[in-house]
Design a protein around this ligand. Structure first.
Ligand code: FE2
Length: 209
């Protein structure tokens, strides 16, 4: 009999191409040109629009309307049920040549996403990092002989990304950008929450306000 190896408990990452068309991208770029930007603390070649805590910026809310259906579909994959999803915060990232983004994750959120307003050079595509133990020793066997496969890999980089494409991922995933060797890259990032989660009658409600 042939033996079988099962790949257990995979992590979903959705790539949805061409969520925005060229006219929508041009409109958003015009709108965001009036926003205030501040440099990232760890990379001067990366700037973010201010992240207002409170009601979502109406302009960004409008820009993200095309994302909603994919958000619901991804939420269904993540939680097994169609839930009401709200984008509770959104911000714009401008990554210049040479800029990078340190590994991080997004707290107080369940689904995070990025919509690209320009093409992304392969070097500037998001890298996801496999979760590691934080309270015990970790052993690995990374060396010239060891084979890279879905079980040994510690990182995964998003492949080809074009202007208008969307990426959705669970907010607990560590992610970052190694270093942009291409031209300026502009993206619109956001965090989303469902209205509630229900485990056999024990439910938790979330309020974006
Ligand atoms: Fe992020």
């Amino acid at each position: 009999m042939t033996s079988t190896t099962h790949a257990l408990f995979p992590t979903p990452v959705m790539i949805a191409p061409e969520i925005l068309d060229n006219a929508q991208i041009a409109q958003i770029k015009t709108d965001i040109s009036e926003m205030d930007f501040a440099s990232n603390a760890k990379s001067s070649a990366l700037a973010h629009s201010s992240l207002d805590m409170g009601p979502l910026n109406p302009m960004l809310q409008k820009a993200l309307i095309p994302v909603q259906d994919k958000l619901v579909a991804f939420g269904r994959e993540l939680f097994g049920e169609e839930l009401n999803w709200t984008i509770k915060e959104a911000w714009v990232n401008i990554l210049e040549t040479g800029g990078h983004q340190a590994m991080h994750l997004h707290a107080n959120s369940f689904i995070s996403g990025v919509v690209y307003l320009t093409d992304s050079h392969p070097s500037a595509n998001l890298i996801f990092q496999k979760p590691e133990s934080h309270t015990s020793f970790v052993f690995s066997n990374f060396n010239a002989r060891s084979e890279l496969n879905p079980f040994t890999a510690a990182r995964w980089q998003v492949p080809d990304i074009k202007a208008g494409d969307l990426i959705l991922f669970p907010s607990y995933m560590m992610h970052g950008v190694a270093g942009n060797e291409g031209e300026q890259r502009i993206s619109l990032a956001f965090n989303a929450i469902p209205d509630k989660l229900d485990s056999w009658g024990y439910s938790v409600r979330f309020n974006p306000d």
